[in-house]
Design a protein around this ligand. Structure first.
Ligand code: GRF
Length: 223
C-alpha cells in the first residue's frame, strides 16, 4: 500500500493534528503525515509533530506584502515536500481564492459545527443561543467562500440543557478527533468521491444511525 503524503496546517493547540498523527501511526492507514506547517511559532501543535518525528516548519504570515504572497511560499513548501493532500486543522488564516484554486479538491478542513449551520467563529455559543438540540462538526473540501465546500462527513453530539460553550466545545472536540481521521481515510481509500459539488459515498451506509436529542425518557413520568 502506498501511503499518500499529507500535510497539516496548524496555528495552535493541535489536538486534531494529534488525532491524525495517532491514526497515521497504524501501518494500514492510507496517509503519512509528512509535513506540519504552522504560521505561529512555539505552539503545542509543533511539539506534537516533533514528538511524532514529523517534519515541521514555521511560516509566519507576517512580513509578506499580502495574503497571496504568503500563500505562494506556503504552496511552494508543500509542493517541494511532495504533498498530495492538505488538511487544515485549526489553521487560523483565511485562504485566498488563489490558494484554494491551486489546491482544488486537495485541501480539506474541519469545522466545529454541522455545516451549513454556523459557519465562522464562536460556533458553540451560537448553537446554544439558537437552541439547537444537536450540534457537531464537519469535514469538508475547502472552497473560496469560508466554511463552504462539499461535505465529506459529519459527526453529531447532543446539546445538553446545562451546557456552556466550553462543555459543548469539549464534546464536539471529542467527535472531531474521531471524524477527521475517519474522513481522511474514506477519501484516500476512495470510499467517497466527488460528484459535482457533492461528496457521495461508495460504501453502504448505516441507516440505523439516528441520534435523537433529547433522548426518549427511559420511563414515562407517573401522572
Ligand atoms: C477545532 O475546533 C477545529 O474544528 C477548528 O479549530 C479547532 C482547532 O483545535 N477549526 P485543535 O488545534 O485541533 O486542538
Amino acid at each position: 500500500m502506498t501511503r499518500r503524503r499529507v500535510a497539516v496546517l496548524v496555528s495552535g493547540r493541535g489536538s486534531n493534528l494529534q488525532a491524525l498523527l495517532d491514526a497515521a501511526a497504524a501501518p494500514d492507514y492510507p496517509a503519512e503525515i509528512a509535513l506540519v506547517i504552522s504560521n505561529v511559532a512555539d505552539v503545542q501543535a509543533l511539539e506534537r509533530a516533533a514528538r511524532a518525528k514529523v517534519r515541521t516548519e514555521v511560516l509566519s504570515h507576517r512580513g509578506f506584502k499580502d495574503r497571496e504572497a504568503f500563500e505562494r511560499v506556503l504552496s511552494e513548501r508543500l509542493e517541494e515536500a511532495g504533498i498530495k493532500l492538505v488538511c487544515q486543522a485549526g489553521f487560523m488564516r483565511i485562504l485566498t481564492p488563489w490558494f484554494v484554486a491551486r489546491w482544488h479538491n486537495r485541501l480539506i478542513n474541519i469545522h466545529p459545527s454541522l455545516l451549513p449551520a454556523f459557519p465562522g467563529l464562536d460556533t458553540h455559543a451560537r448553537a446554544l443561543a439558537a437552541g439547537v438540540k444537536l450540534h457537531g462538526c464537519s469535514v469538508h473540501f475547502v472552497r473560496a467562500e469560508v466554511d463552504s465546500g462539499p461535505i465529506i462527513g459529519q459527526a453529531a453530539v447532543p446539546v445538553l440543557a446545562e451546557d456552556s460553550p466550553n462543555t459543548l466545545a469539549a464534546r464536539v472536540l471529542q467527535a472531531e478527533h474521531q471524524l477527521y481521521p475517519h474522513c481522511l481515510r474514506l477519501l484516500l481509500d476512495g470510499a467517497v468521491r466527488l460528484e459535482g459539488e457533492r461528496v457521495v459515498p461508495d460504501i453502504s451506509q448505516a441507516e440505523e444511525c439516528i441520534l435523537i436529542s433529547p433522548a426518549f425518557p427511559r420511563r414515562l413520568p407517573s401522572a
